[in-house]
Design a protein around this ligand. Sequence first.
Ligand code: 5RP
Length: 216
Amino acid sequence: MGVEGEKRRAAEAAGELVEDGMLVGLGTGTTVAFLLVAIARRAPTAVFVASSPRTEQAARTLGLRVHPFDAIERLDLAIDGADQIAPGGWLIKGGGGALTREKVVAAAADRFVVIADATKLVDALHAPVPLELSPFGLAATIRRLGACDVRNAPASPDGGVIADYRGPVTAPGELARLLSATPGVIAHGLFEPELVSELLVGVGATVRHTIIGAAP
Ligand code: 5RP
């Protein structure tokens, strides 16, 4: 119950941020599942976009109004989980394979709030770093990346292959640049602090609120 309680408390704190009339991006994962319930309980008249079919279906089942994310230019708020959170605000995401859409949603939001339990706090990021790869030229891309395994997981909703980079993550900025510059890498799970506005982390019975970047 410890970790689950931490996730639920962080998610409930984030649910309070959703207000009537907002455009809100929803992440993916078990912490976000608590968020959906918390939002649905308050029933705000907000419009939502989902970062995965899983989240979309769960949100609709709970009665949330989910719109496609093709013609919406920006979001007021996005809320998502994380696999690892480093002290300066660097994240690793994509444990659920939804990293590409999660990054698109986070980048479109004026305010990106990360929710997590305390097990996600790390002193320094470490492998694996989730990747979405183009199926075209897959073997060549993997060879170029070196330490990289294709995950035994379904393709992304956009047809990408989900994989994990297993090399060192000592300098996240440099690795992020290297991965972004590798042909065949559609997206990587390193999220830079510039994307992140705030962290809400369940720590025991409390929720620790940390500001990373200022919201406009
Ligand atoms: C999915 C993600 C999730 O946010 C991350 O894996 C955390 O998941 P959970 O809330 O289940 O611990 O990035 O791609």
